[in-house]
Design a protein around this ligand. Structure first.
Ligand code: PAF
Length: 281
């Protein structure tokens, strides 16, 4: 497995792979890998003959009061996991090499990024779109895999690829969960034992509304109240948002009539967790 540390070398290698006719698969990550990332790598692996993973904690997608410095990092462990997952190239750049100190061009998605995490984390998706566009220009993948756990991010990246004509196919990777239902996330590491138990309220509330919709409930106000009641019973939990939106446009809906995304962000103690489900009446 090759480790590439500079954008210039990554792009040179990508052009070489392209000229040699390789099918390049790509999984961008911020490291501290878990089984969710590995499942994206396995999915990408099945679609390509050269698999590239990037490990880069992107400063541009963190707000001033967010956890950039505390974000968990363990490159030695990530390297071993990538190797075992069949990654051919790990791109692991220094932040200073990715952004010029006077960088002044950014990519702003202006519709899908307005609500949900975009409303709670101003500038977050600008940072995500910009780094993903840069990574696509450096890695030049044919296929890139993004997880459905970050439902809004996934739809924004799909929109960016469509609107800016990136020659890459975006593949959706299903959310991977712990045995008890908690969605895998690098941020789960922040949870102590009791917060870890409390964090199950996210998936529990998604299961509850999925059942309610199956039994015929369509009113978003009723569904949202049921979720908020359940989560409200967990003392350590504070709801950032619970939103029901059209699955394609991310516009809020009042009734679950078509494919509806229910997305949530909940703080368990200081740790902000997200999760979602797609409701199909
Ligand atoms: O989902 C993530 O880990 C990040 O947002 C991504 C796509 C790697 C961009 O930094």
């Amino acid at each position: 497995m090759e480790i590439i540390r500079t954008p210039q070398e990554m792009q040179r290698r990508a052009l070489e792979l392209e000229r040699a006719g390789h099918m390049v698969g790509f999984v961008p990550t911020m490291g501290f890998l878990h089984d969710g990332h590995l499942s994206l790598m396995h999915l990408a692996r099945s679609r390509c003959d050269v698999l590239v993973a990037s490990i880069f904690v992107n400063p541009a997608q963190f707000g001033p009061n967010e956890d950039l410095d505390a974000y968990p990092r363990d490159f030695a462990r990530d390297e071993a996991l990538c190797e075992a997952a069949g990654v051919d190239i790990v791109f692991y750049p220094e932040p200073a090499s990715m952004y010029a100190s006077d960088a002044s061009v950014w990519i702003d998605e202006t519709r899908l990024s307005q609500g949900l995490c975009g409303a709670s984390r101003p500038g977050h998706f600008r940072g995500v779109c910009t780094v993903v566009a840069k990574l696509f220009n450096l890695v030049r993948p044919d296929v890139a895999v993004f997880g459905e756990k970050d439902a809004q991010q996934l739809r924004i990246i799909e929109r960016m690829v469509r609107d800016l004509d990136f020659p890459v196919e975006i593949v959706r990777g299903p959310t991977v969960r712990e045995a008890d239902g908690l969605a895998m996330s690098s941020r789960n590491k922040y949870l102590d034992a009791s917060q870890r138990r409390d964090a199950l309220c996210l998936k529990r509330s998604l299961d509850e509304v999925t059942d309610m919709v199956r039994q015929g409930e369509r009113q978003v106000a009723v569904l949202r109240d049921a979720m908020a009641d359940g989560i409200g019973k967990v003392a350590a939990a504070a709801i950032d948002y619970i939103e029901f939106v059209d699955d394609a446009t991310l516009v809020p809906v009042q009734l679950v009539e078509g494919r509806t995304l229910v997305a949530m962000a909940v703080k368990i103690g200081p740790t902000r967790l997200i999760d979602n489900a797609v409701l199909e009446p």
